[in-house]
Design a protein around this ligand. Structure first.
Ligand code: ARG
Length: 466
C-alpha cells in the first residue's frame, strides 16, 4: 500500500516514480529505522494509542524484519519508496492491520532526521575505533624509531634535522584533533527528533524524553521545525571527515615522496603496492595515491551538503533526501581510508641509514651554528650573515660547515672557537631543540608517552559508547 495515494487521481509518471525513490540507498538505515520504530511503538503504547496486544505483535514483527534484513535479498524491493515505507509494508505483511497503526503521531520527516543522526553516531563510533588503530600504528612506529633522525623541510628545501618520531608525532597530533572533532560532533548531535511530527510537533501525548532515552540520546530536540529540517550534524560530521581526509592525504603524499628513489627514506610494503602492466620494474604506491584521491571525494561531499541546505526554507523539503548519500559516501570512504592507512603505517619500512645521511648533510646545522654565535653575544642578524657567508664558502669548496677549517671560519665569524664543531654534530643539533614540542630526544620521548596516555583515554571513551 502506498503511503499517500488517497488524494491523488492519477498514478505517478513511472520514470519519476523510480527516480524519486531513496530506498536504493537509504536501506542502509534499516537498523536505525527499526530501532526508532521500536521506541515510537513503546511510546504509542504508553500513550494508550496501541493496545498491549498490538504492541506485542508490533515489536516481534520489527525484530523479525531485522533478522530477515541480514539477508541482502530481503532488501530488494522495487516498490518501497524509502526505508520507512519498506518497514511499514513488511510489518503490515507480517502482522496485518496493526502494522499500519505504527505511523500514528509520527512523520517520515522526523524519522529520517532520527535515523540519520543514529547513522552518523554509529559511524563516529566506528571511525573512532579506526582512528585508534591508526594512532596505535603511528605511536608504535615512533617508539620503535628511537633516536633515528631525518631531515625536516620548509618549502620542500632541507631545513633542520628532526627525529623520525617527531615527524610521526606531527601526524599523531592531527589525528587526535580529528578524533576530538568527531567527539565534539557526537555530543551536539545526540538529541532525539522523535515527537517532532511532520513540522509542528506530534499531536499525540508521546513521552519524548522516554523515546530519547530509549535510543541512547541525551535529550529530545528543542524545536520541531529545526529538528525536522536540521542537517547541521551531517554537515559537521562530513566537514570533520574532510579535514581528516586532508591529513591522511598529506601523510600519503609524504610517503609517496619519501619512497621516490631520489629520497629513498621509506620502502613501500608490497602488500599495499601494485605493479605496472607495462613496466616490469615498477612498484607503485597505489594505496597512498588512492588515499590522496579519496580526499577529493570527501571534500566534495562536504561541499555538496552545505550547498544542499543553504537555500532551503524551513522546514522539511525533499532536497534533504539528497543529504543522505554524501554522508554515506564520506563515512564509508573514510572508514576504509583510515583502516588502509593504519595497515600501511604498520607495514611500511624506514631506511634509517638514508634518513640519517640526509639529516647529516646539506647544512641543516646552519641555524644551530648561528645560535652558537648568538650565545657568544653576536646579534642574530649578524650571526645569520656570517654563517651565510661560511655556507657560501663551503658550497664553493664542496664541503659541509663542520668540515670548514677554523681559520677560514674566523674570517667570517671571529667569535667562533674550537668548540664550534661540538655544537654542529647531528646529536648536538637535535638536543639543542629542547623546548616543549621541540625535537630534542627527551622532548620526543615525553611527547610519545603523553600520546600513549591520550590514546588510552580515547579507548576508554570508545568503550563507554560501545
Ligand atoms: N526519503 C525521505 C528523505 O530521505 C524521507 C522523508 C520524506 N518526507 C516527505 N515529506 N516526503 O528525506
Amino acid at each position: 500500500m502506498k503511503m499517500w495515494a488517497g488524494r491523488f487521481r492519477q498514478p505517478l509518471d513511472p520514470e519519476f516514480e523510480r527516480w524519486q525513490r531513496s530506498f536504493p540507498f537509504d536501506r542502509r538505515l534499516i537498523d536505525e529505522e527499526l530501532a526508532a520504530s521500536r521506541a515510537h511503538a513503546r511510546s504509542l503504547a504508553s500513550a494508550g494509542v496501541l493496545s498491549p496486544a498490538e504492541l506485542d505483535s508490533i515489536l516481534p514483527g520489527l525484530d523479525e524484519i531485522r533478522q530477515q534484513a541480514a539477508n541482502p535479498e530481503f532488501l530488494q524491493d522495487e516498490e518501497a519508496e524509502d526505508v520507512h515505507h519498506f518497514v511499514e509494508k513488511r510489518l503490515a505483511a507480517l502482522i496485518g492491520e496493526a502494522g499500519y497503526k505504527l505511523h500514528s503521531g509520527r512523520s517520515r520527516n522526523e524519522q529520517i532526521a532520527t535515523d540519520l543522526r543514529l547513522y552518523v553516531r554509529r559511524s563516529i563510533d566506528n571511525l573512532q575505533r579506526c582512528l585508534g588503530e591508526l594512532l596505535e600504528a603511528l605511536i608504535a612506529r615512533a617508539e620503535k624509531s628511537g633516536v633515528a633522525a631525518m631531515p625536516s623541510y620548509t618549502h620542500l628545501q632541507p631545513a633542520e634535522p628532526v627525529l623520525v618520531g617527531h615527524w610521526l608525532l606531527a601526524y599523531i597530533e592531527m589525528f587526535f584533533r580529528d578524533s576530538g572533532r568527531l567527539a565534539d560532533c557526537r555530543k551536539r548531535l545526540n538529541q532525539c527528533p522523535l515527537g517532532s511530527g511532520a513540522v509542528a510537533g506530534t499531536t499525540l501525548p508521546l513521552d519524548r524524553a522516554a523515546m530519547a532515552a530509549d535510543l541512547g540520546f541525551d535529550q529530545p530536540t528543542a524545536n520541531s521545525l529545526d529538528a525536522t529540517s536540521d542537517r547541521d550534524f551531517a554537515i559537521e560530521f562530513v566537514q570533520a571527515l574532510s579535514i581528516m581526509a586532508v591529513h591522511l592525504s598529506r601523510l600519503a603524499e609524504e610517503m609517496m615522496l619519501f619512497s621516490a628513489r631520489e629520497f629513498g627514506f621509506v620502502r613501500l610494503p608490497e602488500a599495499y603496492s601494485t605493479g605496472s602492466s607495462a613496466m616490469p620494474q615498477k612498484q607503485n604506491a597505489d594505496a597512498m595515491e588512492l588515499i590522496r584521491g579519496k580526499a577529493a571525494r570527501v571534500i566534495g561531499d562536504a561541499t555538496s551538503l552545505a550547498a544542499t541546505v543553504k537555500g532551503l526554507p524551513l522546514a522539511y523539503n525533499k532536497d534533504l533526501q539528497e543529504t543522505q548519500e554524501p554522508v554515506f559516501s564520506a563515512a564509508e570512504t573514510m572508514q576504509a581510508v583510515v583502516s588502509i592507512g593504519a595497515g600501511f603505517v604498520s607495514a611500511v619500512e624506514f631506511d634509517y641509514d638514508r634518513m640519517h645521511a640526509a639529516a647529516n648533510s646539506g647544512f641543516m646545522n646552519a641555524m644551530a651554528a648561528a645560535h652558537y654565535l648568538v650565545a657568544r653575544g653576536v646579534p642574530f642578524r649578524r650571526a645569520h650573515e656570517q654563517i651565510g657567508k661560511a655556507v657560501q664558502w663551503c658550497l664553493e669548496k664542496r664541503c659541509e660547515l663542520e668540515e670548514m677549517p677554523l681559520e677560514e671560519l674566523r674570517r667570517f665569524a671571529p667569535e667562533a672557537d674550537q668548540d664550534f664543531y661540538l655544537h654542529l654534530t647531528l646529536d648536538a643539533v637535535l638536543a639543542c631543540h629542547n623546548v616543549e614540542g621541540g625535537t630534542a630526544p627527551v622532548r620526543v620521548r615525553q611527547a610519545l608517552s603523553e600520546a600513549r596516555e591520550r590514546l588510552a583515554a580515547l579507548r576508554e571513551e570508545m568503550h563507554a559508547h560501545a
